[in-house]
Design a protein around this ligand. Structure first.
Ligand SMILES: [Fe+2]
Ligand SMILES: [Fe+2]
Length: 184
């Protein structure tokens, strides 16, 4: 899939695939690292649940966009289009890493921060914008509240990482890179 031939439907497919794989990585980290500390288990459980919510939002957006636009239309204004394959390559690397048993708390935070710094967010935000356009085009502005609520939850998602790093990690480098997510 090159960005030249990328369709709106492809962008939805890519985004949903990425969100689901994030959800699975966080579920795995909860299992691997949560054994001794319930707060650690709950942090990654929450992250996993939030990724699943992103998947659900994108499903909601796909439905609205399929009514308003043609999902086969090519898109050229996607900021992260060139990086979808990069995001997926990084994901494969993270999946291989969490498949091993010897992942410690610092590794878990590093993987999480790398995921949250990735350009997957740009793809997500692009589709949220398209969904907003579709809502106006379909004259369904009563749905805007739902979209806004989900976008607020997205910001809260990064705050979840920052709070957990401050509470659970004593590595200043990890805390610093987590805090940088607030500007992401
Ligand atoms: Fe996500
Ligand atoms: Fe995320």
């Amino acid at each position: 899939m090159t960005d030249k031939s990328l369709t709106l439907g492809d962008a939805f497919d890519a985004c949903q695939d990425i969100e689901l794989r994030f959800a699975k990585i966080y579920a795995r980290l909860s299992l691997l690292l949560g054994g001794v500390d319930d707060r650690v288990a709950r942090f990654w459980e929450t992250m996993s649940t939030q990724e699943w919510q992103h998947y659900v939002l994108i499903e909601f957006g796909r439905g609205l966009c399929s009514t308003a636009f043609d999902l086969d239309m090519q898109i050229h204004d996607l900021p992260a289009s060139g990086s979808i394959s990069q995001i997926k390559d990084d994901l494969t690397k993270h999946e291989q890493r969490v498949a091993e048993m010897n992942v410690n708390l610092s590794d878990g935070f590093k993987i999480t921060i790398e995921i949250e710094q990735s350009e997957a967010d740009q793809l997500f935000m692009y589709l949220a914008k398209m969904t907003e356009k579709a809502i106006y085009q379909n004259n369904q502005t009563f749905l805007l509240n739902r979209l806004n609520r989900i976008q607020k939850e997205m910001q809260h998602h990064h705050e979840t990482v920052i709070e957990a790093a401050k509470r659970l990690s004593n590595d200043p480098e990890i805390i610093r890179s987590a805090v940088s997510l607030s500007h992401h």
